[in-house]
Design a protein around this ligand. Sequence first.
Ligand code: DO4
Ligand code: MG
Length: 279
Amino acid sequence: KTRHGIVVEHDRTNGPVQFHRAPSDDWDYLVNQDNLYQFLAQEVPSSAASDEYQNWIKSDLMAPIGQQEVWASGVTYLRSRDARMEESKKAGGGDFYDRVYDADRPELFFKSTATRVVAPGDEVRIRQDSTWNVPEPELTLFITSSGKIVGYTCGNDMSSRSIEGENPLYLPQAKTYDGSAALGPCLYVPEKPIAADAQIRLEIKRNNETVFDNSIGIDQMKRKHDELVSFLYRECSFPNGCYLMTGTGIVPPDNFTLEKGDIVRITIDGIGTLENPVG
Ligand code: DO4
Ligand code: MG
């Protein structure tokens, strides 16, 4: 894959979301700017691009990542707290999830580097030693090295519920393995923070049929984006900026597990759709 996609906010006033090729091949340098919106607004045409251009760029998108680390937040929505409490029951349950939902300090964990992040259209994976697997559709922040949120993308925090449910200490194995994360389809760079009523939608298709479809508003999240960032940046520096998945508010019912060949589609208003087959 050869193209990094960017969506600049001024597109929203011009009809459908318009993708643009990133105006530099030096992704790490390009995106790590506190005035990224102002820079891109000058570089990227505000007039609508042709359908041909849109199809061309969407056909070959890389994940919008270079040297950045990907971190993730957990238990930021009620649905996530309830699902984790349920899945950990057999292991004695504990009140970890309940406590972290209400605590001052959020759950933050290291998810991935670019090597384990897959691009739009490429395969996300389920672990061979896991029996219960789900995608987690998450609004993902892009934060500069100074701690400013300048962009957003869709994230898939692929998770093994069987391994995580067996013991909370297995979380890194449940969350981090080859093909366990997807980002894209682009970096969305608005002038102001993403709309508070933006919706996240998760659709899962199997043999051309929809087997799961649900949505949630980002306003249902318990924590503020800046709150998550301030904890993440307390004792960690990020010379190239950083991605932070903000947690899932959608968890399929307990009798659902992903299968090889399923198609996972994550759509967030303003950003577009991240689609990946499961391998
Ligand atoms: O506590 C385990 C992980 C939580 C998580 O990934 C989420 O809530 O999205
Ligand atoms: Mg998650």
